[in-house]
Write a protein that binds this ligand. Structure first.
Ligand SMILES: [Zn+2]
Length: 135
């Protein structure tokens, strides 16, 4: 068991060798671009659906006719828009990317930290003395 007085210098030394990875915010994992795109599109669909529902609530009985023949099987015009957006959301949910939602950060290789210049110097020293090998 080390006392704080003994541990502190080493803690400061070790802390100076590493810094948090800015790419992943120190998590060591990132969300792939195709998942970020999928989430952004999902958010947009949800916003469109909410706006359409609000518009439908404001106009519960639309009297506008577009002149198309026969009754619309989906009901009045605005509820059919809501149904179409709901279908688009269903389709979007089924079109999730097949890849994992997270992958190891390419910048820090999953550690969440990067070597500082001092850390790189130490790694170079250890490599020179045979303690580390470049893969
Ligand atoms: Zn990272």
């Amino acid at each position: 068991m080390t006392t704080p007085g003994e541990a502190a210098p080493w803690a400061r030394f070790l802390a100076a060798l590493e810094t948090g990875c800015g790419t992943c915010g120190g998590r060591g994992r990132t969300v792939p671009a195709q998942w970020r795109t999928w989430y952004r599109q999902a958010d947009e669909l949800v916003r469109v659906a909410q706006a359409a529902r609000r518009a439908t609530d404001l106009n519960p009985a639309p009297a506008i006719s577009d002149g198309s023949p026969g009754p619309d099987p989906a009901g009045p015009a605005e509820p059919s828009i809501v149904a179409a957006i709901d279908r688009a959301i269903d389709d979007h949910m089924k079109a999730r990317p097949q890849s994992p939602e997270e992958e190891p950060c390419e910048t820090c290789h999953g550690s969440g930290t990067l070597l500082t210049p001092a850390g790189r110097d130490l790694a170079a020293l250890l490599t020179r003395h045979g303690f580390l090998r470049d893969e």
